[in-house]
Design a protein around this ligand. Structure first.
Ligand SMILES: [Zn+2]
Ligand SMILES: [Zn+2]
Length: 339
C-alpha cells in the first residue's frame, strides 16, 4: 500500500509498504479523507517544536473499517468511522482521573508517532467512533477540529445564552464560532485581520465579523454585543496581539479561553486579570465526549462545513497540496486529501 512520509521539513515522499494487520484490540481502517491542519503545516516548515522526522502525518481523518481485530466487539467491516489520534500512558495522574487528553506522556499520531497518511491504518478500537451514514466522509474528516472547538467551548461551561467573541477566523476559530452558535450562544462575533477568512466565516453563517486591522474591537464589541460586552472570549490565534486584545476587551468577570498555540511567550497584563476578576483557561485537544458531541452537532446539520473546504487534492498529490498552501499566501482554510 502507499504511504506518505515527511522525511525532513519541506520533503514529502510517497513510498510502498506492507499493509498492516490489526492487533487483537485494533481496527484496520481504509483511509478515505485526510484534512491538513495548521500544525501539519508547521511540521512541513520545520517550525513544530514537538515532532520528529521522518513522520507520517494525518490526524484529521475519516475512513471505512476494512478489518477487525479478534477481540473487538461492536464494530463492523464497511462502517464509516473516525478515530481519536491520542496515544496515552494510562497510568499518570491525568490518565487515572479521566483526563487522558492531557496525559503526561501524551503522543499525537502524526506528530510524535506516525499518523494515517496511508491507504490503511490500524488503531485501537477504543479510539474509534462510528459516523452515521448521513454524514459524508468529507465532514467526518472534520470531526477532529470540531472536537477541538467543542472542547474549548466546554471549558467555559455552558455557552447557552452567552455572548461570545472569537479572536481568529482560521479553521479552529471558524469552527469555535459555528459550534458556539450551534450550542446556543446568544451572540457570536469573530475577528481576524484577513478579509478572506472573515468572508469565509460570514459565508459559514457567522453574522458579526470584524477586521481588527481597520476597526477598533473594543468599540465594536460595545456596538454589537451591548454595554455588557462579552461573557466569553476565545483566543484562537496564539499571538501577542490577540491575547492582549482578549484581556483588554474583556469586561469584569469575563472568561478567556486560550485555544491558540503560542510560538513565542506572550507578555500579558495580569494586573487586569487580577483587577477585573478575569478567568483565564487553557484548552488542549478533546475527550471522547467532545468527539461524540461534535458528531451529534454535525448530524443535526448545525454546521456549515462545505464552505470551509477551500482546496482538494488526490493522495498522490500530497506534496502539491503543501506547495499550494505555501503559494496561496494564507488564502486557504481546510485542505482535504482524498483517497
Ligand atoms: Zn489538526
Ligand atoms: Zn498518562
Amino acid at each position: 500500500m502507499r504511504q506518505i512520509v515527511m522525511t525532513a521539513p519541506g520533503k514529502i515522499e510517497l513510498r510502498q509498504i506492507e499493509r498492516p494487520e490489526p492487533l487483537p484490540h485494533e481496527v484496520l481502517i481504509e483511509i478515505k479523507r485526510i484534512g491538513v491542519c495548521g500544525s501539519d503545516i508547521h511540521v512541513y516548515h520545520g517550525l513544530h517544536p514537538y515532532t520528529r522526522y521522518p513522520i507520517v502525518q494525518g490526524h484529521e481523518v475519516s475512513g471505512l473499517i476494512a478489518e477487525i481485530g479478534r477481540d473487538v466487539a461492536g464494530l463492523q467491516v464497511g462502517e464509516s468511522v473516525v478515530f481519536m489520534p491520542q496515544v496515552t500512558c494510562g497510568t499518570c495522574y491525568p490518565c487515572r482521573n479521566g483526563m487522558e487528553h492531557i496525559c503526561n506522556q501524551l503522543k499525537v499520531m502524526g506528530f510524535q508517532t506516525d499518523g494515517a497518511a496511508q491507504e490503511y491504518f490500524s488503531v485501537p478500537a477504543d479510539h474509534v467512533l462510528k459516523i452515521p451514514s448521513s454524514i459524508s466522509l468529507d465532514h467526518a474528516a472534520m470531526v477532529e477540529p470540531i472536537a477541538v472547538a467543542v472542547h474549548a467551548l466546554a471549558r467555559s461551561g455552558d455557552v447557552r445564552g452567552k455572548k461570545v467573541v472569537i479572536l481568529g477566523a482560521g479553521t479552529i476559530g471558524n469552527l469555535v464560532a459555528q459550534a458556539a452558535r450551534a450550542l446556543g450562544a446568544s451572540k457570536v462575533l469573530i475577528t481576524d485581520i484577513s478579509e478572506y477568512k472573515l468572508e469565509l466565516a460570514r459565508a459559514c453563517g457567522i453574522p458579526l465579523v470584524v477586521n481588527t486591522m481597520h476597526i477598533n474591537l473594543g468599540e465594536e464589541i460595545i456596538k454589537e454585543l451591548g454595554s455588557d460586552q462579552a461573557d466569553v472570549i476565545l483566543e484562537c490565534v496564539g499571538s501577542q496581539e490577540t491575547i492582549s486584545q482578549a484581556i483588554e476587551f474583556a469586561r469584569k468577570g469575563s472568561v478567556i479561553i486560550v485555544v491558540g498555540v503560542f510560538g513565542k511567550k506572550p507578555c500579558v497584563d495580569l494586573g487586569l486579570v487580577q483587577d477585573r476578576e478575569l478567568t483565564l483557561i487553557g484548552t488542549l485537544m478533546y475527550q471522547k465526549r467532545d468527539y461524540e458531541r461534535a458528531i451529534q452537532l454535525m448530524g443535526q446539520g448545525l454546521l456549515n462545513l462545505d464552505g470551509m473546504i477551500t482546496h482538494r487534492f488526490p493522495f498522490a498529490a500530497y506534496a502539491e497540496a503543501y506547495q499550494a498552501i505555501d503559494e496561496s499566501k494564507g488564502k486557504y482554510l481546510k485542505v482535504m486529501i482524498e483517497l
